[in-house]
Design a protein around this ligand. Structure first.
Ligand SMILES: O=C(O)[C@@H](CO)OP(=O)(O)O
Length: 237
């Protein structure tokens, strides 16, 4: 049976500082490491054997996957990394404090930038502190200057189709250690969540989301392994 585990990275230093993070490569806090470990222990306790593991190119997701796999007793499993599983690119908001930005531009505007489906933040200026064009992680990649959830989904979906779906169709159990918005994009795709409803999906850090799929990769059941930290999920149709 195709099985997918979506694992949002543990708390990062910029989650703690309440800063728009996107593609900035910040590490986990000690609490984030503990969340990743607990996520792995829950995977082990559920008796789940992972066949294949994926992550983004960002250290907070890579380390979350490593720590979780180790705690799940599968520490020798390599993770396949791809930038298309990165967090949504936060454009010109990158690095700013979320509360200060809400004071400056208003709560409503910040909510639109954070949770609307297709309104991207202003683009990131070239040549500034957070210009990723010179980052070797993205050599040869035509990288964006900002992304909405929609444009995030536009680069996640081809990767899903080409790389992830074939292994799931073969009946494998696949772990994806990634980010709030790249995972939200996958949830939208799988559960066919309407554009205006995806705003309601909040994935807790380090809480593995177990999704069972049928042969056509439609979800048949979904639950967070840490029920005490579960959030509302879209209905299984
Ligand atoms: O800052 C970010 O990159 C994301 C995830 O932490 O934040 P948001 O909750 O606004 O999607």
């Amino acid at each position: 049976m195709p099985t997918l585990i979506l694992l949002r990275h543990g708390q990062s230093t910029w989650n703690l500082e309440n800063r728009f993070t996107g593609w900035v490569d910040v590490d986990l806090t000690a609490e984030g490491e503990a969340q990743a470990r607990q996520g792995g222990e829950l995977i082990k306790a559920a008796g789940i054997h992972i066949d294949r593991a994926y992550t983004s190119v960002l250290i907070r997701a890579i380390r979350t996957g490593e720590i979780a796999l180790e705690a799940a007793g599968q520490g020798d499993m390599p993770q396949i990394r791809d930038w298309r599983l990165n967090e949504r690119h936060y454009g010109g908001l990158t690095g700013l404090n979320k509360a200060e930005t809400a004071q400056k531009h208003g709560e409503d505007q910040v909510k639109i930038w954070r949770r609307s489906y297709d309104v991207p933040p202003p683009p990131l200026e070239r040549g500034g502190q957070y210009d990723f064009h010179t980052d070797p992680l993205y050599a040869g990649v035509d990288i964006p200057d900002t992304e909405s959830l929609k444009s995030t989904l536009d680069r996640v979906e081809p990767y899903w189709d080409a790389e992830l779906a074939p292994h799931l169709r073969a009946g494998e159990t696949v772990l994806i250690s990634a980010h709030g918005n790249s995972l939200r994009a996958i949830i939208k795709l799988l559960f066919d969540v309407p554009d205006d409803a995806i705003v309601g999906v909040e994935i807790p850090n380090g809480n593995p989301l177990l999704i069972e799929l049928d042969a056509a990769l439609k979800p048949t059941a979904a639950r967070y392994l840490d029920a005490a930290r579960a959030q509302v999920l879209p209905a299984v149709k």
